[in-house]
Design a binder for this molecule. Sequence first.
Ligand code: APR
Length: 341
Amino acid sequence: MNCFTRLYKRVVVLTGAGVSTASGLPTYRGQGGLWSDPETARFTSPRAFVKDPDGAWKFWSTLREHCLKAVPNPGHLALSDWGRKLNCREDRKFTLITQNVDGLHERAGSHDVITMHGSILHSRCSNDTCTLEVFQDRELFFNGAPRCPECKSVLRPDVVLFDEAIPAKAEWLVRQALRSCDLFIAVGTSGTVSPAAGFVNSAKYVGATTLLVNLEPMESVNKAFDLELLGKAELLLPRLEAEFFYKQVMFSGDLPPASTDREEYAHQRFNMALSPEEQAAREAHTELLGGLDSVRYADPQFDAWVHRYYAVVCAQQYLNQCRRKYLTEAELEAVSSDDGL
Ligand code: APR
């Protein structure tokens, strides 16, 4: 895919309903979308809890039930892994912002998720002056709306509905993250609802690389996206994550310059039966580099990269062995022509 062309240290990812479809949850728009049914679209407004609280709770309880039964998919898990790997380093930051209310990012292990539109797995009092705190609520109310224990007003799910403001804290955290990001990825969102639809513009304004990962093109194309990757988030996100970290190694300054007297590569020994070529490469490696016992790295891609790295900078014999094994046809032709071979 080759999406990442430099080292990125401050990554912001925005997700929408499309990241949860593989977990069996519906989107809001498009075919089968929640809002495509006029009967349910009326529950997108807070007024529904005044006009028809029982009907509203029947709708939201159905969605809460689906969310409770849903499980995180490979897209959620890739984002959780991505965040964990980046946030464990002082000089890196991964921020996950979601428009979804299904709680699947948290259940996939993501931390500090900015839930812009709240969570269906929490409830609060519909009376804004009431002192009742937001609380975790997995109850289903198909036979009548629940009442606030404090003021007897109708309770409601702690989600942001149309004509309601994004919680101030979430808005502040989003601004903070967008102000300094160098990579912005929007995943599974139609880009039709503000303020989320404009986040990519803010990211572009500060010079970030911007990527859209979506099943279909946005209806109104936002030119602030540098790249558009069309496909299923659950398939693309794991590959994007792998490429991101592979490139981190390629572009990061952490690797010492390739010279024959420095052996600072942390190896992880694997009891892998080496092919005859690998054995030969290891012997050439060891012979050439005086004891750097070249074992396999934990990440096969990184292992191949290390051998290519040596192949391009070390002795002809080792060079040819590794070139045949690790370089692509095009790279092989390029380096051979350089050598005049
Ligand atoms: N992988 C990637 N994208 C997908 C997938 C998938 N497997 N399945 C669907 N999509 C895409 C659809 O093509 C669509 O563009 O996800 C997008 C979902 O768009 P919406 O249904 O509009 O959902 P979203 O963008 O999250 O809506 C934003 O609107 O109604 C409000 O509060 C609600 O948070 C919601 C907000």
